[in-house]
Design a protein around this ligand. Structure first.
Ligand code: OOG
Ligand code: MG
Length: 255
């Protein structure tokens, strides 16, 4: 049976734009991973049709902390857009989200035109900058309950992000990571991200080729959270990553 991926994208798009959760699609529909990436592609193209610009990709479930928190154990990839970005130190309107969580990320920047289809090409040689970052995830699924296929279809819960100051790319295989939101905190190390976050760039290359996602000069790659995500109901969220610095965002309910 063929799956109506457009109808599934419709459900997720409405959930996002109306800020209302939806039950897991997998509860009522059988669809495989290729279908899920087709739904994601449709969903992202609706955002682009509304004027958003794709500014990079995000990796998910690159750490055991995240896999354990969400019960999904395979690396996933999604797209991030300019509308999801808040400047470092800026204010994000939490009214845009259903039940946002925030997590620490390492961001890499693509520094050159890349040929993803050249088998000898190595994306790690083409990233020119690194920065501390945070991602706001906002699963469109009720209670963040989803299958691997569900979360891929939902563009990997992508909803917001903030990137700190870019610095020349450097190796941070085991740097301390600390995120605080009000009086909550999560700590870990960048080693939790596939042993070294640069491995997430390698994985990003493999997934971008496999799923047909472009990478252009200036694009951002989020390597995936090193710690479990924290609920973000308001106040200041700050992430500090040893050796690359800190990044902050203020969450406020404005709408
Ligand atoms: C899915 C997104 C996972 C990460 O950094 O591992 C992710 C979710 O947890 O809802 O962004
Ligand atoms: Mg993330």
């Amino acid at each position: 049976m063929t799956v109506d991926t457009s109808a599934l994208a419709d459900i997720l798009d409405k959930a996002q734009t109306s800020v209302t959760d939806t039950p897991s699609l997998a509860d009522s529909t059988t669809f495989d991973l290729d279908d899920a990436y087709a739904v994601q592609k449709d969903l992202v193209s609706r955002r682009v049709a509304r004027g958003e610009r794709i500014v990079g990709i995000k990796m998910g479930f690159t750490s055991k902390a995240k896999m354990a928190q969400m019960g999904v154990s395979e690396v996933i990839v999604g797209s991030i857009t300019d509308a999801m970005q808040t400047d470092d130190g800026g204010v994000v309107d939490l009214g845009r989200f259903i039940h946002p969580k925030i997590e620490p990320e390492v961001a890499y920047r693509v520094g050159a035109v890349v040929d993803l289809h050249d088998p000898d090409f190595d994306l790690t040689t083409a990233v020119d900058a690194i920065a501390p970052a945070m991602e706001i995830i906002d699963s469109r699924y009720r209670d963040f309950r989803f299958t691997h296929e569900d979360v891929v279809a939902d563009n990997t819960s992508a909803a917001g992000f903030v990137v700190g100051e870019w610095a020349a790319v450097r190796s941070i295989p085991d740097a301390a990571v600390r995120i605080t939101v009000g009086d909550q905190e999560s700590t870990g190390t960048t080693a939790a991200i596939l042993g070294d976050p640069i491995e997430a760039v390698r994985e990003a290359q493999r997934m971008a080729v496999k799923r047909g996602l472009p990478l252009r000069p200036g694009d951002i790659i989020l390597a995936g959270a090193a710690t479990a995500a924290l609920p973000f109901t308001g106040g200041r969220a700050t992430t500090e990553i040893a050796g690359i610095g800190r990044v902050t965002v203020l969450g406020r309910l404005e709408s």
